[in-house]
Design a binder for this molecule. Structure first.
Ligand code: ATP
Ligand code: MG
Length: 658
């Protein structure tokens, strides 16, 4: 393997293009991709007009494909059209194929999976939608959803969409405080939750957390409580809390969907909070749904009969778009996974794939690194031959982890799609296409349809043309699934995304377009380190560290340095069973970085640690490490989005003692 992942191209696996083995991909050459991409940029009206008619069902057709844009923050698509997202995701499939499985629920305990057909899904969605109406929820109201990964959570999203209420899903790993802030910010009138949750064999007191949050949420009138375990004595507040089962059993099995305009809001979702205060990102109906459906079709090369398994939580945008809206809009079978990759053993993913004959599998680099760390033996004896497309999302994937995913999980016969996108983009914006794009390990490759990508000079804001350039990643034109606003704060929307570089959507991430035109996401702009005038990306240095056989994970930050401006500090987690007491190991790791990147990138300090601070969606929170190294442990800012706050105490000890 080359030390420079930019140099090696991995062609589309021959198997994917062999009709005897796989359905023919929709796009089979880079030329075909380029032609379609050009059309989507030069004539978006025609391109997306056609796609929207092909992939979505409209109760009233649109005449204007596109209006407004990035200059004024007045983005609108498919203006006169009307459609309902739940009709598109449920009814039309329940009408044509009522017995097709819409959802496979893989419960926390491996022997408890359950299938739900499109026919059943329509009845469940109708009943809950009726119950929400009966409790006074109307089009335009906001409903908070704080639920474990059970089928009712998916039903909850679709029931809101059916009556035109905005759902605001809060990941059920969040604390009462974080939940309270999100309920208050969105002004939610009703909360959908469950008695308890199950995750990795542990019981979570979901309803108790809701009760605590609601002590200071005057907007909430009703709490509908679903029974996940039925084991606990859940305290119910009279006049406010009601049981899900009682509420839905009173409602008829069919309720007509509300007619929604294309630009009517579909949902709010708070970003994961890696960089600071979470924002209530708002998406609207038609454009979002089209982005979701189009990317499941082209990026995952979805074909009828495929079993689509996205391992994210519905509490994140990845769950919204790739567990619920995207696959269901296409009438797919989607897998809902309640557990964690290591329960009961680190074979859980592989068992799930073999058991349900999964064709598309989608997870995060953090999960891949964790499983790689535990060794290859857990993969043995599981039939993974059904897989065609393996996706990753959430962070840059280190080439080491990419290779493990490609070789050990995909056995070199699957497409790897490293999909770059954000809560705000609604669906993938930079990504390979399985049958068309030769990949590079760690590159998100090329822009998706409708994405007119630009790399800007961070200081002057000038677009950097040609190849072999590094700067900030931006987009020149609005695309259908871009967020329309931040709930209740359009000014902040403008200032965060559209004003920093006027005329562009600013992603906040740095990127390189390499000599062959491939895009490499370098991580957040705030995370770029400047050593003696060299601009280094954290992702690059972390990748160099993780290439060392003892390293499982690494997080790199910049610290102030009198001589060089900034210097590099690296936090490193070792694989199990490797002694962390050796001085030599630190030296070896420094050498590793010097060798792979260059002497200027050598870390000044290496901390060997047990654990790294991560958000609840598994992303590294480098800003906490920056604060600790700067000696500002008392001003860490909002750490409510941290998965395990106890990690911080251990890190403080480590930093202070070295
Ligand atoms: P906040 O905006 O509150 O700080 P967040 O940005 O982590 O939170 P998300 O919208 O869930 O919230 O994540 C989007 C970010 O995740 C991107 O801006 C990028 O930094 C990172 N990301 C997502 N996918 C990839 C990928 N394939 N490669 C590199 N980075 C990725
Ligand atoms: Mg973000």
């Amino acid at each position: 393997m080359s030390d420079h992942p930019e140099d090696t191209l991995y062609p589309v696996p021959a198997r994917l293009l062999d009709k005897a083995q796989c359905p023919e991909p929709y796009i089979t050459s880079v030329e075909q991709y380029q032609k379609m991409h050009r059309q989507s940029i030069e004539n978006p009206e025609e391109f997306f007009g056609k796609l929207a008619t092909e992939l979505l069902s409209w109760s009233k057709p649109f005449h204007t494909v596109r209006h407004g844009g990035l200059d004024h923050g007045d983005i609108a698509w498919f203006l006169e059209g009307q459609l309902n997202a739940s009709y598109n995701c449920v009814d039309r499939h329940a009408i044509s194929t009522p017995n097709k499985v819409a959802m496979i629920y893989e419960a926390d305990e491996p022997n408890q999976s359950e299938n739900i057909t499109y026919g059943e899904l329509l009845r469940k969605v109708s009943q809950l939608a009726g119950a929400l109406r009966a409790r006074g929820i109307r089009k335009g109201d906001t409903v908070a959803i704080y639920m474990p990964m059970i089928p009712e959570a998916v039903v909850a999203l679709l029931a809101c969409a059916r009556i035109g209420a905005l759902h605001s899903v809060v990941f059920a790993g969040f604390s009462a405080e974080a939940l309270r802030d999100r309920i208050r910010d969105a002004n939610s009138r009703l909360v959908l939750t469950s008695d308890q949750g199950k995750r990795g064999g542990k019981t979570i007191e979901t309803k108790k957390i809701v009760d605590e949050a609601l002590m200071s949420c005057p907007s909430v009138e009703t709490v509908i409580v679903c029974q996940r375990t039925g084991h606990s004595e859940v305290p119910m507040t009279a006049g406010r809390d009601v049981w899900w089962g009682d509420e839905v059993s009173r409602q008829p099995n069919y309720l007509a969907p509300e007619a929604m305009h294309s630009e009517d809001p579909l949902f709010l979702l708070y970003t994961s909070g890696s960089t600071g205060q979470p924002k209530g990102v708002m998406h609207t109906t038609a454009g979002y749904l089209l982005g979701a459906a189009a990317t499941v079709k082209y990026v995952f090369d979805y074909h009828p009969g495929d079993i689509f398994a996205c391992m994210a939580d519905v509490g994140w945008i990845t769950g919204h778009t790739y567990i619920v809206y995207g696959p269901l809009a296409l009438g797919a079978t989607t897998v809902l996974f309640e557990s964690i990759p290591t329960y009961p053993t680190p074979s859980r993913y592989w068992e799930l794939i073999a058991k349900h004959k999964v064709t598309q599998f989608y997870t995060a680099p953090t999960a891949i690194r964790a499983l790689r760390r535990l060794g290859d033996s857990w993969l043995e004896g599981h039939d993974l031959s059904s897989l065609r497309v393996l996706g990753t999302v959430g962070e840059p994937i280190n080439p080491e982890a990419w290779h493990w995913y490609n070789d050990k999980v995909g056995k070199g016969r699957c497409a790897i799609v490293d999909t770059y996108w954000q809560t705000e983009t609604g669906s993938h914006i930079v990504t390979p296409l399985p049958g068309a794009i030769a990949t590079k390990a760690g590159s998100a490759t090329f822009p998706f349809f409708g994405i007119d990508l630009a790399i800007l000079d961070p200081v002057t804001g000038k677009e950097l043309s040609g190849n072999d350039v590094t700067g900030v990643l931006a987009v020149k034109k609005a695309w259908p699934s871009i967020a329309r606003t931040i709930f209740g704060d359009h000014k902040r929307f403008m200032e965060t995304y559209l004003r920093p570089y006027p005329g562009y959507y600013f992603t906040g991430d740095g990127a390189t377009r390499d000599k062959d035109g491939y895009i490499w996401i370098r991580g957040r702009v705030d995370d770029v380190i400047n050593v003696s005038g060299h601009r280094l990306s954290t992702a690059e240095i972390e990748s160099a560290l993780i290439m060392h056989p003892t390293v499982a994970e690494a997080a790199v930050i910049g610290a102030n340095d009198d001589v060089t401006g900034q210097c590099i500090h690296a936090f490193v987690c070792l694989k199990p069973g490797i002694s962390s007491h050796s001085n030599d190991l630190s030296k070896e790791l420094v050498l590793q970085v010097r060798k792979v990147i260059g002497p200027f990138a050598a870390p000044k300090k290496i901390y060997l640690v047990e654990d790294l601070p991560k958000t609840r969606s598994g992303k590294l929170m480098r800003r906490i490490l920056r604060k600790l190294v700067a000696g500002e442990k008392d001003s860490l800012g909002d750490i409510s989005t941290l998965a395990d706050p106890s990690v911080v105490a251990a890190l403080i000890v480590k930093v202070e003692s070295s």
